[in-house]
Design a binder for this molecule. Structure first.
Ligand code: DSN
Length: 414
């Protein structure tokens, strides 16, 4: 008898084909990446780094990991890359454990303001429990401001917080922030207080590589990115040290490598690392620039359509691949809206908005993005159609499931 797991995989494949994948951290990867990730590479143990392994039989594995490292260094223009982190959270953990002593201070963007759990979210995360954490916020008037909400940080306030708390690491990175990240301003504060600057570009990495978001390389000491989001790769992460970081501490790359292995991880997932190598090569092609540009164009059209249809967006619009609908005036909360949309084949996630009074399990927002829709080939016209569908579902309480199915058939998953 065939294991029922295969039937479940087929059902999931069908779901992904027949619905609109609008969670901004999800994407469809390349067939070549799926082939590498399902390959014999998963059989191999390779603790250590190329040329310095604790197991025999790694001659070919070394070449694969070296290729991934070289491609990462070239694509991002950095002197050091580690391709072994299993995912974004352990990668951020490696930076903290590599550069900080327990109890030292991390300063990151609050979760409800668009940051990430690992950026120091208090009480429930390792970052908030084993280190001292202070959290900065964004400044957002609730009134929609069209596409002009770029000036979201009060740098004087953030500077004062940094001077008072003396963080050893300032994290600049986001999961639900729809605007361009001002690397320079944050790096000036980090320099002034003697902190390292960690740029977590997991969400915007494809935009950075595609040239539609400024690169943090001249400003950050360490850069972390997951590989499965806008980069279109497999699950995994990259840790990179910049020239700036090495100048500050010539041992920084070694400290971070040691924190990844043996500090936090065992055998690297070589199948994922091969998939990452393939992804990095694809991201260096001109077609990827076009893709990244289209992701942003699509997000801008979608956000404008939503605003025209009466929705409030956090910061009024977007500069990148995502937006957060603020539902506080709409009569539904984030959970209800996300569930209603899912019934209609539109898959999003509930998301806190700044100063949200609802708990994280409910929230007052819905986060949406365009990377996966753009991978399917959808463009501005389709974004207008989808923006209208949000109004039909959430305001007019109509069903759009047939429209969603028809749209999905027109744009097959590659
Ligand atoms: N889970 C990721 C996201 O959805 O943004 C962050 O880790």
């Amino acid at each position: 008898m065939t294991d029922p797991i295969f039937d479940l995989i087929s059902q999931e494949e069908k779901r992904q084909k027949e619905t609109l994948m609008m969670i901004p951290s999800e994407n469809y990867t390349y067939p070549e990446v799926r082939k590498a990730v399902g390959s014999v590479l998963m059989h191999k143990y390779a603790e250590g780094y190329p040329g310095k392994r604790y197991y025999q039989g790694n001659r070919i594995i070394d070449q694969i990991e070296n290729l991934a490292i070289e491609r990462a260094k070239k694509l991002f223009n950095v002197p050091h890359a580690n391709v072994q982190p299993y995912s974004g959270s352990p990668a951020n953990a490696a930076v903290y454990f590599g550069l900080l002593e327990p109890g030292e201070t991390i300063m990151g963007l609050a979760l409800a303001h668009g940051g990430h759990l690992t950026h120091g979210h208090p009480k429930v995360t390792f970052a908030g429990k084993y280190f001292r954490s202070v959290q900065y916020e964004i400044e957002v008037p609730r009134v929609p401001r069209g596409d002009g909400g770029t000036n979201c940080f009060d740098f004087e306030k953030i500077r004062e917080m940094a001077l008072e708390n003396k963080p050893k690491i300032i994290v600049v990175g986001t999961t639900s922030f729809p605007r361009t990240l001002p690397w320079k301003e944050f790096s000036q504060i980090a320099e002034e207080v003697g902190a390292y600057l960690l740029a977590d570009i997991s969400h915007i990495v494809g935009l950075v590589v595609g040239g539609v978001h400024p690169s943090p390389v001249p400003y950050a000491d360490v850069i972390m990115s997951t590989t499965q989001k806008s980069l279109r790769g497999p699950r995994g992460a990259l840790l990179m040290v910049t020239d700036k970081g090495l100048k500050k501490d010539s041992e920084m790359a070694k400290k971070i490598d040691k924190a990844v292995f043996p500090g936090l991880q065992g055998g690297p997932h070589m199948h994922s690392i091969a998939g990452i190598a393939i992804t990095l090569e694809k991201a260096s092609q001109p077609e990827f620039k076009e893709y990244a540009g289209q992701v942003v164009k699509n997000a801008k059209v979608l956000s404008r359509t939503l605003v025209e249809n009466g929705f409030e967006l956090v910061t009024g619009g977007t500069d990148n691949h995502l937006m957060v609908i603020d539902l506080r005036n709409s009569g539904v909360n984030g959970k209800e809206a996300a569930e209603k949309l899912e019934e209609e084949g539109i898959v999003t996630n509930k998301n806190a908005v700044p100063n949200d009074l609802n708990p994280p399990s409910v929230t007052s927002g819905v986060r949406i993005g365009t990377p996966a829709l753009t991978t399917r080939g959808m463009k501005e016209e389709e974004m207008k159609e989808i923006g209208e569908m949000f109004k039909e579902v959430l305001i007019e309480k109509k069903s759009v499931i047939n429209k969603v199915k028809e749209l999905c058939q027109r744009f097959p998953v590659p």
